[in-house]
Design a protein around this ligand. Structure first.
Ligand SMILES: Nc1ncnc2c1ncn2[C@@H]1O[C@H](COP(=O)(O)OP(=O)(O)OP(=O)(O)O)[C@@H](O)[C@H]1O
Ligand SMILES: [Mg+2]
Length: 356
């Protein structure tokens, strides 16, 4: 059959729910792609096809019941190379991607690729970005779980929605992203929590355990300490994304400078030190503010002047008094603000060297 006919028959089969026709058309494409030595595409098609058989059309629930409404689907754009990550994080994420890419080889030896990742760290340092970048590297859809649609007020409702969500997720290779995971995966021993929450957590963990390895579950939290110990155990990769070190921040700023039409008038390292103990997201916000002001000035102001003006405004901004992360490797305070943060109470983990 010609390629266009095959595509048409796939669309028709999908629209009418004819699984047999869908299977034979996709199998024809798989064979065609193998003939062209496009093994990666052929394998992916085959895997997607294997997933189709999970729910027969007769019992397929309607869209509103299918779990689709508890998921935000998006095509990932963020790339791993764009992110500045601690070396071990970079290395482990690359290993995960390779294991997923070469899953067939692993399976031939009776092993599964790793597919459960826990990301922890203070806001704005790349948890969502890493999850999306994993999906981009695997060329799969990025599914973000919508708690607003997931948590029901009636007893047992959350669990049945969770069940539908997982049923939907396992129909296709994807990254399934649980943001703010602590809001659902909290310590079960917490005396304030009701039996319902405990049941939800147990059920959630069981579902995560049962997911096939082509579904990569990524959970993110700013409060790893709130997570149930059983939750920790589930995740094969546990990656910390701390506040950037001075070096990492300098690299980030340098990359921003490259996109600017004029010199910034200050070295990235010096600007990083002046900005103090901040997240990547805050550094990005600073740079974007500089760019906005420069654009609005219509060429009447030098960019370097805007940088220095914004730096003055920056030091006067309102910021949280304490942070639960320290900037590792910082030997001398670079500003009053960073001095204050150096006294912040919790510094659970030293940040490893940064892959730049
Ligand atoms: N490690 C990083 N390298 C480069 N850019 C980063 C990094 N981390 C964050 N950014 C920038 O900051 C933005 C916000 O980061 P992101 O949303 O991934 O943080 P987060 O840890 O998920 O924050 P939150 O806890 O608030 O959800 C990103 O879009 C990106 O531009
Ligand atoms: Mg996030």
């Amino acid at each position: 059959m010609a390629r266009s006919d095959l595509l048409l028959s796939i669309v028709r089969a999908g629209a009418t729910g004819d699984r047999t026709a869908l299977r034979s058309s996709v199998e024809a494409i798989v064979a065609e792609e193998r003939g062209k030595n496009h093994h990666i595409l052929a394998d992916r098609l085959q895997r997607a096809l294997n997933a189709v058989t999970v729910s027969p059309p007769a019992t397929q629930p309607s869209a509103s019941q299918s779990g689709k409404d508890t998921i935000l689907e998006s095509t990932p754009r963020r790339r791993l190379e764009e992110l500045i990550l601690p070396l071990p994080v970079n290395e482990q994420v690359k290993q995960l991607v390779e294991e997923q890419h070469r899953a067939d080889l692993l399976r031939a030896h009776g092993m599964q690729p790793r597919h459960r990742v826990l990301l922890s760290g203070p806001p704005g340092n790349g948890k969502t970005s890493v999850a999306e970048a994993i999906a981009e590297a695997l060329a799969v859809q990025f599914f973000t779980v919508r708690y607003d649609a997931l948590v029901g007020s009636y007893l047992g409702e959350t669990n049945s929605r969770l069940a539908r969500l997982f049923d939907y997720a396992r129909t296709v290779p994807c990254v399934l992203f649980f943001d703010e995971f602590d809001s659902i995966g909290k310590e079960r021993g917490d005396v304030h929590e009701t039996g319902e929450i405990k049941r939800v957590v147990s059920f959630l963990l069981m579902q995560i355990d049962q997911l096939p390895s082509y579904v990569v579950t990524v959970a993110a939290t700013n409060h790893a300490e709130l997570l149930d110990r059983a939750v920790w155990r589930r995740f094969q990769l546990r990656l910390a994304l701390p506040q950037p070190s001075l070096d990492a921040l300098s690299v980030f700023l340098d990359r921003q400078f490259e996109a600017w039409p004029e010199p910034a008038g200050i070295e990235a390292g010096k600007l990083a030190a002046s900005l103090g103990h901040i997240s990547f997201a805050e550094a990005l916000e600073f740079c974007q503010t500089v760019r906005r002001q420069h654009i609005l000035a219509l060429g009447n102001r030098a960019l370097r002047d805007i940088v220095s003006e914004q730096l003055n405004l920056w030091t006067a901004r309102v910021a949280p008094e304490e942070t639960d992360a320290t900037r590792p490797g910082e030997t001398s305070p670079s500003s009053k603000r960073s001095e204050r943060h150096r006294k912040a109470p919790v510094g659970r983990r030293r940040q490893p060297s940064t892959d730049v």
